[in-house]
Design a protein around this ligand. Structure first.
Ligand code: ZN
Ligand code: ZN
Length: 477
C-alpha cells in the first residue's frame, strides 16, 4: 500500500471529475493506438477503440481510461473537431497547471514540509525524503505520519526509492526539484548561511500548533517571503525576559533555543494583516543573527534527540538497582521506566479531566488534540496545555532525550500536586487563540533587561494568576 500515491489518485480523480462537469464543449476525437507487443503478450481484446469526448486532452484521456476502454499500454491520438484546436490547447494548459498545484501538496514530505527528495516509502505505506526517514529512525522507531512502529532498517540507505513518486516529482515539477536539491545542499553545509528568518515572540514546540496574528509590516514581509521562497518556514523563539545569558548570543533579548515553524494556513485581510496557523517542525539553537529589512535572520543548528540505542542504555542505567525510598520523589521519578514516566503523565491528565480542570477545557483539546501516546511528543503537548510559566516550559526545548523531557513533565506533576494539596492551585485564564505579535520589547531595551517591562499579552502564561500555580523549581540533582 502506498498512502501518498493513493491520495494523489484521489486528488486527480476528484479534480478530473470536477472538470468533467465543468466543460461540456471542446469535443475531441480520441483514437486508441494499441501497443502490439503487450497485446500479444496478454490475451486481451485487441480492437482499438475511438470516442468523442470533452474537456481537452488530459480530461478526455482520463475519462477514456475511467470508462475502462483504454488499454494500459496504449497510446492515444487526438483529433480536435473543427475549429476547436485553440480552445483545447488553452484548456489543456489550464488543466495541467491546476492539477500540478493540487498534486504538489501531496508530494510534500510530512517531516520537513518540503518537496520529497529521494522519496522512500515505509512498510506502513507513508512516503518521506530518504534523509528524513533516516533522521527520524535515528531516535525513534515510529512512522512520523501514523506513529506505527516501523521495523528498523539497518540498511535504510540501501532501500530502493519509490520510483513512481520520484518520476512524478521529476516529471511534474523539475524546477521545484532543482530548488529543493540546491536547498538540501545548503543545509548540508556545516557552516550554514544566515538563511533562517527568526521571529522572537513566543514559546513553540515541535508537532504543536502556534497561532499568530501578524500585523507589523516587517513581519508581514517576513511571512510573505517565508511563503514565497522560504519553504513556508521560519524560526520562533520566546523572549529572554529575565535577561539570562544565552550561550554564544550573550544577553540577547530572545532565548537561544527555538522551534522551526511551518505555515500550515494563512488568512490575509484586505489591510495586509494576517492570521497564520503554524506547526512546529524541529528545534534549533541560534548561533548567530543579523538583521534583514527590519526582521532578524540567523544561522541555526538543529537540535535532535540522541539515537534510540543511547536512549535505551540511559533507561537501563537509571532503572537498575533498588527503588529509592518513598520520600525521595525525584529519585523515584529517575528510577521509572520511560513507559512508566509517560503513563505517569497520562494518568495525571485522566485525573485532571475527571476533575474538569479548566485548563483541559474542550477548546484546548480541540486546538492541541488529545494527549499523544508517543513519549517523544507527549511532553510538548503537556506543556502546551499546562498552566505554568513559559520559563518552566522552556526547559523542554534544549533536551536531547525523551526520558529527560518526560522526567521534566513528571517533576511538574509532582510539584503541581503538592501545591494543590495546599490549596494553592488557582484558576488560570486561557490564552487568546491567536497571539498578538506586536508586543515585543524594543531592540534598544536589550541592554537593560532588568528594566520593568509590562508583561506582554503574547505570553499566555504571564497572567498573574499563574505565577503561584507552580512553586519555584527545586534544582534536581
Ligand atoms: Zn523530508
Ligand atoms: Zn506510517
Amino acid at each position: 500500500m502506498d498512502v501518498t500515491l493513493n491520495k494523489l489518485l484521489d486528488v486527480v480523480r476528484s479534480y478530473m471529475e470536477s472538470y468533467q462537469c465543468e466543460t461540456s464543449d471542446a469535443p475531441l476525437m480520441l483514437d486508441e493506438r494499441l501497443h502490439w507487443k503487450n497485446i500479444i503478450d496478454s490475451s486481451m481484446d485487441v480492437m482499438p477503440r475511438s470516442r468523442v469526448l470533452n474537456g481537452g486532452r488530459l480530461v478526455a484521456t482520463y475519462t477514456f481510461a475511467d470508462m475502462g476502454e483504454l488499454n494500459y499500454h496504449s497510446e492515444v491520438a487526438y483529433t480536435p473537431l473543427p475549429k476547436q484546436a485553440d480552445s483545447i490547447e488553452a484548456l489543456d494548459v489550464a488543466v495541467f497547471a491546476h492539477l500540478k498545484e493540487a498534486i504538489k501538496v501531496e508530494l510534500e514530505c510530512q517531516v520537513c514540509y518540503s518537496l520529497m527528495l529521494d522519496p522512500l516509502t515505509t512498510s506502513c505505506g507513508h512516503t518521506f525524503c530518504r534523509k528524513c526517514v533516516a533522521r527520524v529512525l535515528d531516535h525513534s522507531n515510529l512512522c512520523p505520519a501514523c506513529r506505527r512502529v516501523i521495523p528498523l532498517l539497518p540498511g535504510a540507505q540501501a532501500e530502493p526509492s519509490n520510483k513512481t513518486t520520484s518520476q512524478l516529482i521529476s516529471g511534474l515539477c523539475p524546477d521545484l526539484l532543482q530548488l529543493r536539491i540546491a536547498a538540501a545542499k545548503e543545509e548540508d553545509m556545516v557552516d550554514g548561511n544566515m538563511n533562517v528568518a527568526l521571529f522572537p515572540c513566543t514559546l513553540a514546540y515541535p508537532e504543536m500548533p502556534t497561532f499568530l496574528h501578524i500585523f507589523e509590516p516587517r513581519y508581514r514581509l517576513m511571512v510573505r517571503r517565508a511563503i514565497e521562497t522560504g519553504g513556508r518556514k521560519f524560526g520562533m523563539m520566546m523572549y529572554n525576559r529575565r535577561g539570562r545569558p544565552q550561550g554564544a548570543l550573550g544577553q540577547s533579548h530572545f532565548v537561544q533555543y527555538g522551534t522551526l515553524l511551518h505555515i500550515q494556513n494563512i488568512e490575509i485581510f484586505p489591510d495586509g494583516r494576517s492570521l497564520i496557523e503554524t506547526k512546529g517542525v524541529s528545534r534549533f539553537t541560534v548561533l548567530e543573527t543579523a538583521m534583514r529589512d527590519g526582521y532578524m535572520v540567523g544561522r541555526v543548528q538543529r537540535v535532535d534527540d540522541v539515537p534510540l540505542s543511547e536512549e535505551e542504555a540511559m533507561e537501563a542505567r537509571e532503572t537498575a538497582g533498588p527503588e529509592p525510598p518513598s520520600n525521595d520523589t525525584l529519585g523515584r521519578l529517575n528510577h521509572m521506566s520511560t513507559q512508566r514516566l509517560l503513563q505517569f503523565g497520562l494518568d495525571f491528565i485522566i485525573r485532571a479531566q475527571a476533575a474538569s480542570e479548566p485548563w483541559l477545557a474542550e477548546r484546548f483539546i480541540s486546538v492541541y488534540g488529545p494527549p499523544p501516546s508517543d513519549p517523544a511528543i507527549f511532553p510538548y503537548w503537556f506543556a502546551s496545555v499546562l498552566p505554568i510559566s513559559e520559563d518552566e516550559k522552556y526547559q523542554l526545548l534544549p533536551t536531547t532525550s525523551v526520558r529527560e523531557r518526560l522526567k521534566i513533565t513528571a517533576r511538574w506533576i509532582t510539584r503541581l500536586e503538592a501545591a494543590r494539596c495546599g490549596g494553592n492551585f488557582r484558576r488560570w485564564m486561557p490564552p487568546p487563540e491567536f497571539l498578538e505579535t506586536d508586543s515585543e520589547p524594543d531592540m534598544a531595551e536589550e541592554t537593560s533587561p532588568s528594566a520593568s517591562q509590562p508583561e506582554s499579552p503574547a505570553d499566555p502564561a504571564s497572567n498573574e494568576t499563574t505565577e503561584d500555580a507552580l512553586p519555584e523549581a527545586e534544582q534536581p540533582n
